[in-house]
Design a protein around this ligand. Structure first.
Ligand code: SF4
Ligand code: SF4
Length: 201
């Protein structure tokens, strides 16, 4: 009989301990985030898929269609397409396709780009029903970002007075080879030729 009451008491005690813990954490400050309704700021070093950098002067891309990123990509997941507008000597980017299903985020394309036209996006909420949803057209994405952020082209600063000449820095002039002091052709003391031995000596 005593054991029966002991068990009831032990059960009630564990129930009270559990309720005490529940009550403590019910009023404690929240340390979690209500994802996906809330998101946390991510570190600037986060590597999402690559994206084209927006040039603030043109509100467009900085790509010069050199193809270095496409050629250096070990996963062959980049396709750069450009064309020369009429009367222009330089190509302009018309499409930049990235197959993110194959990208290993190695960063080669970002590092090799001579105009720093590529960066990592902070996009970590990638989900889809088909792999085709991860075939990105980065130029279209860039135009969407420009529109969403309301970026307008920033005019280039006016050149300083005096034109390009004022900007030019004085060049260092190297001394020519003929002006350099001629090396002495006289033999040094230790290197003087020995006197020839006379016959019979
Ligand atoms: S990060 Fe690497 S694998 Fe991904 S597109 Fe760039 S070069 Fe290719
Ligand atoms: S390396 Fe840079 S500039 Fe060259 S094609 Fe790629 S993104 Fe454009």
């Amino acid at each position: 009989m005593i054991n029966y009451f002991k068990e009831i008491f032990a059960g009630l005690w564990t129930l009270l301990v559990g309720l005490k813990l529940t009550a403590r954490y019910a009023v404690a400050p929240t340390v979690t985030c209500h994802y996906p309704y809330q998101t946390l700021p991510i570190t600037p070093n986060f590597r999402g898929h690559t994206d084209l950098v927006i040039d603030p002067e043109t509100a467009s891309d900085k790509c010069i269609v050199c193809m270095m990123c496409e050629n250096t990509c070990p996963s062959q997941c980049i396709e750069v397409i450009g064309e020369k507008p009429e009367g222009s000597k330089k190509k302009v980017l018309t499409a930049y396709r990235l197959d993110f299903t194959k990208c290993s985020l190695c960063g080669n394309c970002v590092e090799v780009c001579p105009t720093s036209a590529l960066e990592y996006s902070g996009d970590y909420q990638l989900a889809g029903y088909s792999r085709h949803e991860f075939h990105f057209e980065l130029l279209e994405r860039l135009r969407g970002r420009v529109k969403a952020q309301g970026i307008v082209p920033r005019p280039k600063p006016a050149p300083p007075e005096g034109g390009a000449e004022a900007e030019a820095k004085p060049r260092k002039v190297r001394p020519k080879a003929e002006e350099a002091p001629a090396a002495s052709l006289e033999p040094k003391g230790e290197e003087a030729p020995k006197a020839e031995a006379k016959p019979g000596e």
